[in-house]
Write a protein that binds this ligand. Structure first.
Ligand SMILES: NC(=O)c1ccc[n+]([C@@H]2O[C@H](COP(=O)([O-])OP(=O)(O)OC[C@H]3O[C@@H](n4cnc5c(N)ncnc54)[C@H](OP(=O)(O)O)[C@@H]3O)[C@@H](O)[C@H]2O)c1
Length: 260
């Protein structure tokens, strides 16, 4: 019998790398994507599990990039889509370059939902499939000094639940993985290393990926990884947005690492 087949985006590092590792361990053939050549080295590591792995280097902030990833699947039945690629952007909104701002939105939202629409529509026609979208507990909180990023994750968290409801009874499940701060390249890439959150103790990306994969396979609606993050999200749900925005300032204001 042929292996199952999964597409994992943002698989060159961090949570996506670990998601692809779990999929490969569980016997999924893989199509993986990222925006740097590191994806080729990662693909080698996934092949060590004895599954077939194709890698695509594409900027998934662009529709062309997503088209090239989708084309690389060559019409093969996708059993699981793990739409994980994304990045942050620290500092004050007025200090950010608008090209960078737009790249965050185009990666985390536009490219993500474009890929999800294509793959989910094939899954619905075939009557089954699993989708895991990496949102974040950041979506529960206005992201002072990471305003655009948190906004994109609020979008993704919300979108994921809505699509799940639309696809009820089609055999296609949509699960939102909502990690808290996790030890990956995310904070360096978002220029958050001089912040309190950038220097805080973080979760292990392999643990986060495993709980996300398991939730996807169970077909759960969402999974907040880690008990501290579960507690945080429960409190955030009943805390006024203005208070949350002030709390986020303390974590993400440039230089806040020195004040802690
Ligand atoms: N780390 C955290 O604390 C945390 C918490 C909650 C949610 N998340 C979410 O988890 C996901 C993975 O992030 P991570 O923490 O694992 O960070 P990471 O180590 O920086 O990994 C991000 C991955 O996404 C890829 N990527 C980013 N922009 C891309 C683009 N435009 N086109 C193609 N690939 C792109 C990166 O590939 P290249 O490097 O090749 O561009 C990399 O493979 C993101 O959606 C992030 O928002 C992270």
């Amino acid at each position: 019998m042929a292996n199952k087949f999964a597409i994992v985006t943002g698989a060159s590092s961090g949570i996506g790398y670990e998601l692809a590792q779990v999929c490969a361990r569980e016997g999924f053939d893989l199509l993986v994507a990222a925006d740097t050549a590191d994806i080729n080295e990662a693909a080698e590591a996934f092949r060590a599990h004895g599954v077939s792995v194709d890698a695509v280097l594409a900027d998934l902030a662009t529709l062309n990039g997503v088209d090239s990833l989708y084309a690389a699947a060559q019409g093969r039945k996708v059993d699981a889509l793990l739409a994980n690629a994304g990045h942050g952007l620290g500092r004050g909104f007025l200090e950010q370059s608008f090209d960078d701002v737009r790249h965050v939105i185009d990666t985390n939202i536009t490219g993500t939902i474009y890929l999800v629409q294509k793959v989910a529509s094939d899954m619905r026609s075939r009557g089954g499939g699993r989708i895991l979208i990496t949102g974040s507990i950041a979506g529960f909180m206005p992201g002072t000094y990471q305003a655009v990023y948190n906004g994109t994750k609020a979008f993704i968290d919300s979108f994921s639940f809505a699509l799940r409801a639309e696809l009820k009874d089609t055999g296609v499940t949509v699960t939102c993985l909502m990690p808290g701060a996790t030890e990956t390249d995310f904070f360096a890439r978002a220029d958050l290393l001089d912040t309190k959150v950038g220097q805080s103790e973080k979760d292990d990306p392999a643990d986060v990926a495993k709980v996300g994969f398991d939730a996807m396979m169970r077909g759960d609606g969402d999974i907040v990884s880690g008990w501290k993050n579960k507690l945080f999200s429960a409190i955030a749900n009943i805390t006024p947005a203005a208070i949350l925005a002030e709390q986020h300032r303390k974590m993400a204001e440039p230089g806040s690492a020195e004040k802690s």
